[in-house]
Ligand binder design. Structure first.
Ligand SMILES: *Cc1c(COP(=O)(O)O)cnc(C)c1O
Ligand SMILES: [Zn+2]
Length: 404
């Protein structure tokens, strides 16, 4: 509502609020800028608009001009749950919380950027949207497109979990598989968006509006922890807009005088595909990930091939908040998923649970000290992960067959 223009993150050039993906002058990523004096009014947070569900209660903090263009399914307002059984079982002297982002309507946090992107597409008068996705974003964008009566064209890597393809198709989206990684699907989505002038709703930094919706994670944490800012927030990272958007939300709360410190953000990747972790650890520029990728955390397996700038943007945020990046092995990802399911009772896709395993790893590496408070964003639903192994239940005939 108080958005004024788009600004290039590199050369600072300004543009009108329309659908743009890169600075025509320098190729830099674009960010939404606001009339700060009006935006940073604590009333927008302390008295959100109760005419709307979930994250749209905070519509005054978001770039949409007119609330009649909101395309919503009730996303946001996901619970924060204490995770004492995990901290006890793993012997972590840490105040541990999970934010259950898989409880969004399409089953992942991607509903936040997608409700924003499709609402913007509607406001700008578009009749179709495109999205490249490793799965969750396609399901999310497809669901909001259905809600809006807008056509949705999806590009996915061929290896995408059928659970996610089925979901996007069920909402009526046209799904195309690309023979390659997420980066190849992304490349195709960009060509299609430019050729046909359909907004690209991919939830990298490419669509400047999507990342704004992730600010609402910060507003919700502010409420749910009664104004106490956690010391750390751990986030599964593909390119990093969830992490960057969440941090931006806390920066706004700080500028409003509602909080007095910022959290340290921790980005988590799978060792099988960790271009941003590698750059963080080596202190080197972000390079596209060229090695083969075999991970159960498909939702964050983003090689950044062709858009390493996105990784640099995320690293800038990590730097700014003195945060960290960490990667998990496949075994550690499995252990994290089991913990979320068996010690909390939330069904989680492996991608979504890496934020939890990261806490144990960073505690033992002396990055997260004892006594810290940590919120782990658990980002995707277990229903979407169909490649699970399971044991066939034993067949019984009478109660005397039972063993437990
Ligand atoms: C897309 C996705 C992420 C990564 O989000 P980014 O904002 O791209 O870093 C994390 N978890 C799940 C389940 C996802 O689908
Ligand atoms: Zn520029």
């Amino acid at each position: 509502m108080f958005a004024t223009h788009l600004r290039c993150r590199d050369c600072q050039a300004q543009y009108d609020l329309k659908m743009m993906y890169a600075c025509p002058k320098c190729g830099g990523l674009l960010e939404v800028e606001y009339d700060q004096a009006n935006l940073l009014n604590p009333e927008h947070i302390l008295h959100p608009d109760s005419d709307f569900y979930g994250l749209w209660k905070f519509h005054r903090m978001l770039p949409l001009k007119d609330t009649k263009n909101i395309v919503s399914l009730g996303e946001g307002d996901t619970p924060i749950l204490r995770a004492d059984r995990i901290s006890q079982t793993w012997e972590l002297p840490i105040d541990l919380y999970l934010k259950a982002e898989m409880l969004n309507p399409s089953g992942s946090f991607k509903d936040r950027p997608s409700t924003m992107a499709v609402s913007m597409a509607k406001e700008l008068g578009h009749k179709a949207v495109v999205v490249a996705s490793s799965g969750n974003a396609s399901a999310a964008v497809a669901s909001y497109a259905a809600r809006a009566g807008i056509q949705c064209i999806v590009f996915i890597p061929k290896s995408t979990d059928p659970g996610k393809i089925v979901q996007a198709q069920s909402y009526g989206a046209k799904v195309f598989a690309v023979d390659g990684t997420f980066s190849d699907a992304y490349d195709m989505s960009m060509k299609c968006a430019v050729e046909y002038d359909f907004p690209n709703c991919t939830s990298t930094y490419v669509n400047p509006y999507t990342v704004e919706a992730n600010k609402t994670v910060a507003y919700e944490i502010f409420y749910q922890l009664k104004g106490n800012v956690p010391d750390y927030i751990t986030v599964p990272i593909g390119t990093g807009p969830l992490l960057a958007g969440t941090f931006k939300g806390f920066e706004e709360l700080l500028a409003m005088g509602l909080i007095t410190k910022l959290p340290k953000m921790i980005g988590v990747q799978a060792q099988q595909c960790m271009p941003i972790v590698r750059a963080f650890t080596d202190g080197s520029p972000v390079l596209a990930w060229q090695e083969p990728i075999h991970t159960i955390a498909g939702g964050i397996a983003d090689p950044l091939d062709g858009y390493t700038k996105d990784g640099e943007t995320t690293l800038k945020v990590i730097d700014l908040c003195s945060g960290a990046m960490v990667s998990l092995t496949e075994e550690e990802i499995k252990k994290s998923t089991d913990a979320v399911e068996q010690l909390i009772g939330l069904y989680s896709e492996p991608t979504g649970a890496v934020s939890v395993g990261a806490v144990e790893k960073l505690f033992h590496e002396n990055v997260i000290p004892a006594g810290s408070s940590v919120v782990c964003l658990v980002t995707g639903h277990g229903f979407k992960f169909t490649k699970r192994s399971f044991s066939s239940p034993s067949v019984i005939h009478t109660l005397t067959d039972l063993t437990f």
